[in-house]
Design a protein around this ligand. Sequence first.
Ligand SMILES: C[S@@+](CC[C@H](N)C(=O)[O-])C[C@H]1O[C@@H](n2cnc3c(N)ncnc32)[C@H](O)[C@@H]1O
Length: 233
Amino acid sequence: MTAEDAVTGRWVDPMGDIDRSPMSESLVTLIAQSCGNDAHVARAREMLPLLSLQAGESVLEVGCGTGVVARELVRLTSGSVQVSGVDPSALALEQAATETATADLGDWADRITYRQMAGQALTFRDNTFDAAMCSRVLIYAADPQDIVAEMVRVVRPGGRIICVEPAHQFWAGVDDVLRDKTSAFTNTDIGRDCLGCYDGLGLMTSRSRPTSSSARLCRISTAYAPMCSRIGG
Ligand SMILES: C[S@@+](CC[C@H](N)C(=O)[O-])C[C@H]1O[C@@H](n2cnc3c(N)ncnc32)[C@H](O)[C@@H]1O
């Protein structure tokens, strides 16, 4: 989701500050369309069970955009968990609220609250949530490790965290135009670098066993391949 700069003709990444972009409205439309498409929703359905959410728990989605994944979290848990979606973009959150109100969620819609907030400066207290996740957010962020650190801070010890970000190899074999677009992401290599973020924060991956009862378990899903076909579309 990069965009061509009208003056330089170069591809730039405006996703870190949508509301101040001259293309803000079309960016929100783009998020609603590309994150609302079948492939993205299917991927969310595949990944979200990794959070192992139990009835009565609370989950934070950082960078919730237009709320596609937040709504899937509610569906996945049959309305039995509280979902907090945060995003720095007021415009995206407006769209999230509208789409949630008109979605087929019935009373479950009340399980979602949206708040304007940047991932690197969450205003929640420590240990507020049982789990946290982000999906296609760190790739656009200037400070991905700070965002993951904040997710760790607000999730209780023993909680679960997932970051779903595109794998580096998603652009292998793509044409030059698409490569130009994808290389404009702020963190093109995030699918690989996520692991460094986790290591730097002392998190354990799902392949590791917790070594103490207070350890935070970080379950990760870093790679997904079909990204390039949707960037190009
Ligand atoms: C491609 S959308 C993904 C939306 C949603 N996570 C999904 O998968 O449907 C990227 C979102 O990341 C948000 N974002 C960008 N920088 C962020 C930051 N520093 N903290 C939190 N969210 C951020 C953008 O505002 C945008 O809504």
